[in-house]
Design a protein around this ligand. Structure first.
Ligand SMILES: Nc1ncnc2c1ncn2[C@@H]1O[C@H](COP(=O)(O)OP(=O)(O)OP(=O)(O)O)[C@@H](O)[C@H]1O
Ligand SMILES: [Mg+2]
Length: 227
């Protein structure tokens, strides 16, 4: 099981209407494999989210390709790519991506219905375990506007991990968490890799670097391997 990006780059237009492009990500290679945690570090604005989004099937690269077990995901139909994303990928976006009109539990269960699955007893048990581990069992029926930033972040983590996806893309998952919750989140992500998932995490935490099987660094759109 591997997701392989080859020579991917992303150009954005700086000013609309003018031929003024800049390369947010310069051509680079990255391969995510089952069982491994890949950590991406680097300064704000260096292109980390852009690269992760291209790997996650959410942003078409300007050059290069992203292949899932040999198949170019951007050559698939919308329907096929959506199916793969719903059944095998989980994205934990920067920010929380909560839907305001749904309760915390309804937000958590959203990808379950998108994947065409039912919330069976095993899944409910898994959700309870994750909510307990992250100390948010009590927020189940609360609406996003009633929750703190850190609680929303932890809710988004439960949502991303509950279906045991093959690929997990976590963009600064511990950004607004205290030390104890940070450690819990990092160890939950490590557990996912031990189970066989491929985990890609953008992080500024030195602690995350210690969890990494491979550590990359992004500097002004240029990717380099640190370990
Ligand atoms: N849709 C877009 N259109 C134009 N420019 C964009 C777009 N998305 C990102 N950029 C620019 O690309 C650069 C890289 O952005 P990106 O979000 O990948 O950085 P980052 O490394 O994730 O930063 P941070 O640590 O602050 O999250 C930035 O200069 C940003 O302004
Ligand atoms: Mg970012």
């Amino acid at each position: 099981m591997e997701l392989k990006a080859t020579s991917v780059s992303k150009r954005f237009m700086r000013k609309s209407g003018e031929a003024n492009y800049f390369e947010a990500v310069r051509p680079c290679d990255m391969c995510l494999r089952g069982g491994e945690v890949t950590v991406l570090m680097g300064r704000s604005g260096s292109g980390k989210t852009t690269l992760m989004t291209m790997l996650a099937g959410l942003l078409t690269p300007s050059t290069g390709n992203v292949k899932l077990d040999g198949r170019d995901i951007y050559a698939l139909s919308d329907r096929e790519l959506s199916f793969i994303r719903a059944s095998r990928f989980a994205v934990l976006p920067q920010g929380t991506g909560a839907i305001g009109s749904l309760t915390a539990m309804e937000n958590i269960l959203l990808p379950v219905s998108l994947a065409g699955k039912n919330a069976d007893a095993d899944l409910k048990k898994r959700i309870s375990f994750l909510m307990e581990a992250l100390g948010i069992s009590q927020i189940e029926n609360a609406f996003p506007k009633e929750l703190s930033g850190g609680e929303l972040r932890r809710m988004a983590i439960v949502r991303a991990l509950c279906l045991s996806p093959d690929f997990i893309f976590a963009d600064e998952p511990t950004g607004d968490l205290d030390d104890e919750n940070t450690r819990t989140v990092l160890s939950l992500l490590k557990d996912e890799a031990t189970r066989g998932a491929a985990v890609m995490m953008v992080s500024h935490e030195q602690e995350a670097a210690r969890f990494a099987d491979r550590l990359f660094y992004m500097n002004a759109g240029e990717l380099s391997l640190r370990q």
